[in-house]
Design a protein around this ligand. Structure first.
Ligand SMILES: Cc1cc2nc3c(=O)[nH]c(=O)nc-3n(C[C@H](O)[C@H](O)[C@H](O)COP(=O)(O)OP(=O)(O)OC[C@H]3O[C@@H](n4cnc5c(N)ncnc54)[C@H](O)[C@@H]3O)c2cc1C
Length: 386
């Protein structure tokens, strides 16, 4: 047996693929196992905020981020009736990028030069022995590793395999998502930043992706529908329009311009009691699914992978249990606070108060306090633990 760590990642989503790149960038040997037969992804737009952007830049993805040309230039907030709430200044040094999830995953897959990504591998079992871990897959393949990272999303098999039993918590909210060619909207031609309307019980956001050619919309509405968490199903455009009847004209126009919409049940889970055993740990939605009102689900998954890369860089197999515990100590508390803040954000956006001046004051205070999420540098924090 060599001293070089063999790392297996289960799941080739945003979290698993960025972890693979971060670990490779520090010279570690990584294999990713993904249950999907090929890198086919669905999804719409997501925001990647400065806390994750700075990490992607450090592993050479700066050009890709710049070339997609949907660097967000600011955020503007409105009441449901169209009164301006706040336009916080954009920071050119700490940009947010708005990306199409499919384009981001394609780029992450294309960047895996030295990482073996094995598609068609549905992990069904993870068993730790005295000094390694054995993985089994539905196709009959088995594999061994010194470290296993479960990046297999909200219904994580790896989480179950390390003895955790968790229950989803519904936010009582459904998200309707949709994509609109930007030329269809009278107000979208020069849109570069994110616009959000906030009203009683509902919020509505839109931002450009795919170099401004497409406008991504997400409409958050109350729902008591029992659903599989994070399930997605075709939505009814008439029902969506009825939810926003009487809202500001751009919202009504955007809904009228949709060809189709998909509904997502919005769930999170209470923070886990632990993430790591001796040689197995979790990252991303497998560890800390969160409601999307801070746009931090993927961002926190990216931070997790970079923390692991620092902590495992020079580790020998015997060091692994202590390093995984250090990772858990660093990340579990921080991501639990982001989970709670994300819920609070949603409650605030959808609160009854329609007074623009008061919303503006509260929003300003609240955003100034959110620096602990956006300015957080996980590599500095992880390095300080060594
Ligand atoms: C409406 C909405 C809007 C959002 N907006 C944002 C946003 O603006 N910004 C942001 O940062 N986040 C956002 N998110 C959250 C973000 O999409 C997720 O947090 C992120 O995708 C989680 O990544 P992940 O890699 O941990 O998990 P996933 O993306 O779920 O990836 C898990 C991978 O594991 C694979 N897998 C599962 N089980 C197995 C198995 N047994 N064996 C092998 N492979 C397996 C899956 O096929 C998948 O490829 C949003 C979410 C929603 C619902």
């Amino acid at each position: 047996m060599t001293d070089e760590l063999q790392i297996a990642i289960v799941g080739a989503g945003i979290g698993g693929l960025t972890a693979a790149l971060a670990l490779r960038a520090r010279g570690l040997s990584v294999t990713v196992f993904e249950r999907a037969a090929s890198p086919r992804e669905l999804g719409a737009g997501i925001s990647i905020h400065p806390n994750a952007v700075r990490l992607l830049r450090r592993i050479g993805l700066h050009d890709w981020l710049e070339n997609i040309n949907t660097r967000s230039v600011g955020l503007s907030l409105w009441t449901s009736r169209g009164e301006p709430v706040l336009r916080p200044p954009a920071s050119p040094d700490s940009p947010t990028y708005q990306v199409h999830r499919v384009e981001l995953l394609e780029m992450l897959n294309d960047s895996q030069a030295d990482v073996l990504v094995r598609f068609g591998h549905n992990c069904t079992g993870v068993k730790e022995t005295e000094d390694d871990v054995r993985l089994t897959f539905a196709n009959g393949v088995t594999a061994r590793a010194d470290v296993v990272i479960g990046a297999d999303g909200i219904h994580s098999v790896v989480q179950r395999e390390i003895g955790l039993v968790t229950h989803p918590t519904s936010e009582g909210i459904m998200a309707y998502r949709g994509l609109i060619p930007s030329e269809r909207l009278s107000w979208a031609k020069d849109l570069r930043g994110l616009k959000m309307w906030m009203g009683s019980g509902r919020s509505f956001i839109c931002f450009p992706i795919s170099q401004g050619r497409v406008i991504n919309i997400v409409a958050f509405v109350p729902s008591n529908l029992e659903s599989e968490e994070s399930w997605s199903a075709p939505g009814d455009l008439k029902a969506l329009a009825a939810e926003y009847d009487g809202w500001d004209a751009p919202v009504v126009e955007a809904i009228g311009a949709l060809d189709e919409t998909f509904r997502w049940g919005i769930y999170d889970r209470a923070p886990l009691p632990y993430w790591s055993t001796a040689r197995v740990t979790l990252l991303g939605d497998a560890a800390h699914p969160m409601v999307p009102h801070f746009g931090q689900g993927a961002g926190q998954a990216i931070e997790d992978g970079f923390a692991l890369a620092i902590l495992l860089e020079d580790a020998k197999p015997a060091d692994v249990p202590a390093r995984l515990k250090a990772y858990e100590r660093l990340r579990l508390g921080h991501t639990s606070r982001v989970q709670a803040a994300s819920r609070d954000a949603g409650r605030f956006y959808r609160s009854e108060n329609e007074d623009a001046a008061e919303r503006s004051l509260r929003m300003d205070k609240w955003m100034s306090a959110a620096g602990w999420i956006f300015q957080y540098d996980v590599e500095q924090e992880a390095t300080a633990l060594l």
